[in-house]
Design a protein around this ligand. Sequence first.
Ligand code: ATP
Ligand code: MG
Length: 479
Amino acid sequence: MKRTLYLKFLIAYLLFAIFGFIMVATFVSNMTLEHCRRKKAESLYAEATQIANTYAADLYNSETSLETVQQQLVALSKYMDGARIWIVNPSGRLVLDSSNVIEQGEEIKIEGFDPTATGGTYYTIGDFWGNFQESVLSVFAPITANYKVQAYVIIHTPMSQLRKTADEFLNISYLMLIVMFLLSLIILIFFTELVYIPLRRITQATEEYAAGNMNYEFSVESEDEMGYLAASLSYMAGEIARQEEDQKKFVANVSHDFRSPLTSIRGYIEAMLDGTIPQEMHEKYLGIVLNETERLTKLTNGLLTLNNLNARGMLLEKADFDINQVIRNTAASFEMTCLEKKIAIELVLTDDKMIVNADMSKIQQVLYNLLDNAIKFSHHDSVIKIETTEKRSKVFVSVKDSGIGIPKEDQKMVFERFYKSDASRGKDKKGTGLGLSIVKEIIKAHGENINCISTVGVGTEFIFSVPKAASMDSDEEGL
Ligand code: ATP
Ligand code: MG
């Protein structure tokens, strides 16, 4: 593509040159010759009229002799670059010739001489009724005396001389054409520098990107459309590279999280089959295998949930419901686990009922995941507090524990997929690291926010918002 563009431009450039040349060689050449001929004819006519009114008129008024006029005509002819001056009477007899003395009694006649044959113009071009070898421009001016045309002053000048003058003018035109052509090379230089080279860089970059080399770097240092295009392209490639990187990381994490339970399941089953684990211990190890499969199920479910949440335009089944009730139910479902760890859940709920407008099952999942974490990362004999507060049109729900806490540098990352802090790894082997990313997606889909406040060794608090139901708002206004 890039080669043809340059070629096309060069062809256009050459066409410009060729047409320019043809124009000068035809139109301009003709126009110049025509112009020279007209000018010459005009100036010769002025001369001829001058002669007709002065010397020739004197001759016919018998005020001067033929010899004197002859001498004057010779002088004038020299002055007019060797133009031949004739005086011819209407019958065609040559009376005087500036380049030839006509002897007494000698009669030179121009056969077929007819001054009216010029068709109204005062000059003709040709061999003048066969009197010249070459083509000449002949100008007529009548000599009138006693109200009669006595004779004609005719001045001949060779056309070859005229052409020479025209050619001199034409040469100037050619020279100008060449200068113009050279000057227009500037356009070619501009085109190369401003369009062609940047375009080549951009095309090369797109080729590299298409070949998968998303980290290919290139620059077009101009602040015009080309520079903008290059910057956009570079930005786009960067974004794709980043997404690719994310995708790779995601797949690597998924594979890793799937592999470890699978390896341990396989290890235990093999050991049981080949007798490394004795029969009586099988029950214990089958329990572990069951745990691992549970983890795999959880992981798969988590991924599926995330995938559904991520799908564009996630459909929320919004409805009005009592969030206090949902909190109570979720807390109740953890009763057994709490009993085992001797953890108490304290509920501090505003009002008896708090109607919100959201997707109930999804908000339930948020609460479940947060509470699950809180219990998982709490010490034995501690308290977890779930609190709701109203603020304008929103309800804020806080889940607060006094567990291990999250280091400051990890707090930003807890919502990322598969993220598990180092501290939690030892404590919770079953965790997938997907719980909080699911929470975040759900809250985001509702157009709400979730925040994390935590101090290592002291505890963690997650606070998220839910919109109040419209009926609740109007109730308040009514009060
Ligand atoms: P899963 O939710 O699938 O069981 P998980 O709990 O490890 O796995 P997330 O819920 O996403 O995954 O939590 C991510 C990480 O954030 C946890 O591994 C843990 O390190 C940290 N974390 C989350 N909640 C708390 C908490 N209440 N106290 C301390 N650390 C927490
Ligand atoms: Mg969790």
